[in-house]
Design a protein around this ligand. Structure first.
Ligand code: ZN
Length: 414
């Protein structure tokens, strides 16, 4: 069977490149993206075929850039629950609200989607070393998928990461290189390494065109799980901006592949922390150009001061009638507790950013009660327990006696 993967194409100038581990246009420095032959995809993909596929992102294999099925690395990433959230909706004054619960991915975040695709492609390229520049979740996922695939892993992280994220990477046997600097410093260093070690597969550097494709499955799944219906409005956390733009692209591709009769009219909104909100600032100012910032926020997994796809995220939000909001660290921590208390889902700080921004956009009338709304919860709260240490009640110590218990209960009743 011939592949529907055609080539790489520059998003800015349209120049094409053969499928290879490269991510930047040599002429204009624009980002490269995977181009597909949608007629070929439409001729063989059907809703029934997808629904009879595996309960992972690989059910959408026809719409992903892996050309040989045996190259796929499968830890079970993707096809996570779409959870109705009536109690949270009531608190926020919304109607039909769903949570896309990506906290239950194999390593606890949506990064398993992008890494599964990037490292499968690395295998297709014959690469032996998996690598990445990470704010933590990506490091976890690269280390796990590399272990699964029998590849060596080198992960580069800022030295101030949450302890859990470091340990949950080290356990897979990955080589961890901690950099005394910000994520943006780490990213720059990795770009330099790639220029000398092109045979290493950096998930979010030289494999970035393939890596980004994994996020499209967040769009595919929501439509399938709503019974092949587009949502009206989605709220997506913004770090590099790639998740947001690829979810939107996923909605569009369902129509291009003949799986949906009409193109989407989904409003796409983004969520940032005020301590690192270059994309929200650009949206607010009415410009596409994103001015880099130096991050300072509890939401470390979103702390990218110079986001690669930031301006594209602004464009998508503006073109679809969405917005990009930003929330304070206090609002983030309150939102973590809110979604846990109302819906039983414990999210990491990035999920707190998303829910707090959803609340803000709802109060401003931008997300409306007559819309079918989906909020993307990208990571598990167990990864950032330090963040909520001061905001939750961890109970009272009593003697092991029934009297002590009754008196505690009495004290609480007062
Ligand atoms: Zn170009």
């Amino acid at each position: 069977m011939s592949s529907a993967v055609v080539n790489l194409v520059c998003r800015e100038c349209g120049r094409t490149y053969p499928i290879s581990p490269t991510h930047v246009c040599e002429f204009c420095f624009g980002p490269l993206e995977v181009a597909y032959d949608y007629e070929q995809i439409a001729a063989r993909v059907t809703r029934e075929r997808i629904q009879s596929g595996p309960p992972t992102l690989w059910r959408y294999g026809e719409l992903l850039p892996i050309e040989r099925d045996e190259a796929r690395i499968d830890l079970g990433a993707g096809f996570t629950p779409l959870v109705p959230a009536p109690r949270l909706a009531a608190e926020l004054g919304l109607g039909e609200l769903y949570l896309k619960n990506d906290t239950v991915n194999p390593t606890g975040s949506f990064k398993d989607r992008v890494v599964a695709v990037a490292l499968s492609k690395a295998r297709e390229f014959g690469m032996r070393v998996a690598s990445c520049a990470s704010t933590g979740n990506l490091a976890n996922s690269v280390a796990a998928h590399a272990a699964r695939a029998g590849m060596e892993a080198y992960v580069f992280i800022p030295a101030n990461l949450e302890r859990v994220k470091v340990l949950a990477t080290a356990v897979y046997g990955a080589n961890i290189v901690a950099i005394d600097g910000t994520y943006d410093d780490v990213n720059r260093l990795c770009a330099e390494i790639v220029s000398e070690r092109g045979d290493w597969g950096f998930a979010n550097v030289n494999l970035r065109p393939f890596y980004s494709e994994g996020s499209k499955t967040l769009g595919f799944e929501v439509v399938e799980q709503l019974g092949w219906r587009y949502p009206d409005h989605v709220v997506v956390p913004v770090a590099s901006g790639s998740q947001l733009t690829r979810i939107h692209r996923g909605f569009e591709e369902l129509a291009l592949a003949g799986l949906m009769p009409e193109p989407p009219s989904v409003r796409v909104s983004g969520a940032q922390a005020q301590g690192c909100s270059p994309v929200a600032q650009a949206f607010e100012a009415g410009r596409s150009l994103v001015r880099p910032v130096r991050p300072s926020t509890v939401a470390k997994s979103l702390a990218i001061g110079n986001p690669a796809d930031g301006s594209y995220a602004v464009d998508v939000a503006r073109a679809t009638g969405g917005a990009i909001g930003a929330v304070s660290d206090d609002e983030i921590l309150e939102a973590i507790a809110l979604v846990a208390r109302t819906e039983g889902i414990f999210v990491e700080t990035a999920g707190g950013v998303t829910v707090a921004t959803l609340a803000k956009l709802a109060s401003q009338g931008i997300v409306r009660p007559d819309e079918t709304v989906v909020a993307y919860l990208s990571g598990n709260g167990l990864k950032t327990v330090e963040a909520i240490e001061q905001t939750v009640d961890t109970g009272t110590v009593i003697r092991p006696s029934i009297d002590a218990f009754w008196s505690l209960l009495g004290a609480q009743a007062r």
